[in-house]
Design a protein around this ligand. Structure first.
Ligand code: DLL
Length: 423
């Protein structure tokens, strides 16, 4: 589609969207009234800058369903991802949303050369996380034979990959690397496998890592991007040119804004990636600030596609970590510690990578007023915290209790995380 034709379509969809949220979501009506913007002020896609931004905290403040724009009877699926504290971020899909999700994912997979001839092993987690089910539906739409194995259980992954002759692997890039390194020690060989294509995403990874995965597996590796708030996987992905990720901009309108001023920046300049969900019905969002850092490029790609491309994500403007594909805010850890009230609130998180798998260790100071006397009690307290963290954030964390006043205090902003993973 030519640029002008696309802009006309986006303008029409934006106008419908704004009417929908203004009339059905109290939060947006209030925000727009406050700013003195009416739905009739939004005529073309350029008018998007008149609209309010949405942040993750807005989803938290309206937990669980208060930003939904349709009655619950029209919601057919609920997913959730990490919030900044104890409550997850929840999203809901109508039947049409699921259809559109299938469509964009089918585009992503086709762009990577996947067809109904392929056998796809979906090793993203199935469940509240959008990765497994999202990719699954798209793969079925394309006509692949889908193996919904979900994440984990490395040996079984390799066994099924060999026995079933999987031609496509979909998982996080770090898990793909871990699987590659586990081949030999589990008695498997690439020669017995039929893998051709990897669809990797859900966490940041570099171009070098992509090349490394291509070499280790002897495959073509593609980057797939997305986030639960906007849809899940399938917001954008790269084509064989690997020159940025094509955004499915007829559904998700991207902008880049300056992290400080929140004003839009020119194409090519880096800033926070913002999306407006042009077609979503369940939980449509205006100008959702992802906090992911990227740039936009509207030039036609050498693959022939005209859709805007976003550069591989270079980082985030907040402190969210992605550990084994799971999003984690240090504030979630703090929330659990404070809720338990058995230690001090001075802690440090150490993130590392062993055998290509992320590891997480929490050092937390004992509370002077509540000192633990015996080694046994100390061990019991660590286990208790590990258990509480595991059920709150879904990740295993090694907890080490340390003496009061041994964790370095910082004079400015507290440093809570030491991330030793190689970039
Ligand atoms: O990670 C959706 C997804 C699943 C994408 C499977 C791709 C494949 P969330 O759990 O909500 O959703 O996390 C979204 O993960 O804001 C980025 O910070 C990061 N992220 C996702 N894909 C990529 C990628 C899913 N390809 C957050 N490159 C986003 C870099 C990514 N970061």
């Amino acid at each position: 589609m030519g640029r002008e034709e696309m802009r006309t379509l986006q303008g029409k969809r934006l106008n419908e969207l704004v009417n929908r949220v203004y009339n059905n979501v109290e939060f947006y009506k209030l925000r727009m009234d406050e700013m003195g913007v009416k739905p009739s002020d939004i005529e073309t896609i350029d008018d998007i800058v008149k609209l309010p931004f949405t942040y993750k905290t807005d989803l938290r403040d309206h937990y669980p369903f208060n930003l939904f724009a349709v009655p619950m009877k029209d919601i057919v699926r609920i997913h959730a991802s990490s919030g900044t504290t104890g409550k997850p971020t929840t999203v809901g899909y109508t039947k049409n949303d699921i259809e559109n999700w299938r469509e964009v994912l089918a585009r992503c997979l086709t762009m990577a050369g996947i067809s109904d001839e392929d056998i796809m092993q979906v090793s993203y987690g199935y469940g509240l996380f959008t990765g497994g089910l999202g990719v699954h539906y798209g793969a079925e739409t394309v006509g692949c034979s889908v193996i919904p194995i979900s994440g984990g259980n490395t040996r079984r992954q390799l066994q099924l990959m060999t026995d079933f002759g999987s031609t496509v692997l979909a998982c996080t890039p770090s898990y793909a690397l871990h699987l590659a390194d586990a081949l030999a020690e589990n008695g498997y060989s690439l020669a017995d496998m039929k893998l051709k294509i990897g669809v990797f995403g859900a966490e940041p990874w570099t171009e070098n890592m992509r090349l490394e995965l291509e070499k280790k597996w002897g495959i073509k590796a593609y980057d797939i991007y997305g986030l639960s708030e906007i849809m899940g996987p399938g917001v954008a992905n790269d084509c064989p040119a690997h020159a940025g990720l094509h955004v499915h901009e007829d559904h998700f309108f991207p902008e880049i804004v300056d992290p400080h001023t929140k004003l839009p920046v020119a194409d090519g300049e880096e800033g926070e990636l913002v999306f407006t969900t042009l077609t979503k019905e369940g939980i449509p969002l205006l100008r959702y600030n992802t906090r992911d850092l990227s740039t936009l490029n509207r030039e036609k790609c050498s693959c022939g596609r005209t859709t805007v491309r976003m550069k591989k994500i270079t980082g985030r403007s907040d402190d969210m970590l992605i550990i084994r594909g799971v999003n984690l805010f240090p504030s979630q850890i703090e929330h659990v510690l404070l809720e338990m009230g058995e230690t001090s609130a001075h802690y440090m998180l150490y993130v590392d990578r062993e055998n290509n798998l992320d590891t997480l260790e929490l050092k937390v100071e004992l509370d002077e007023a509540n000192m633990v006397e015996t080694i046994r009690d100390l061990q019991m307290l660590s286990r208790k915290i590990e258990h509480a963290l595991n059920s709150a954030i879904g990740l295993s964390v090694k907890v080490t209790l340390v003496e009061p006043k041994t964790i370095a205090r910082s004079e400015g902003k507290a440093i809570r995380v030491i991330d030793n993973r190689k970039k």
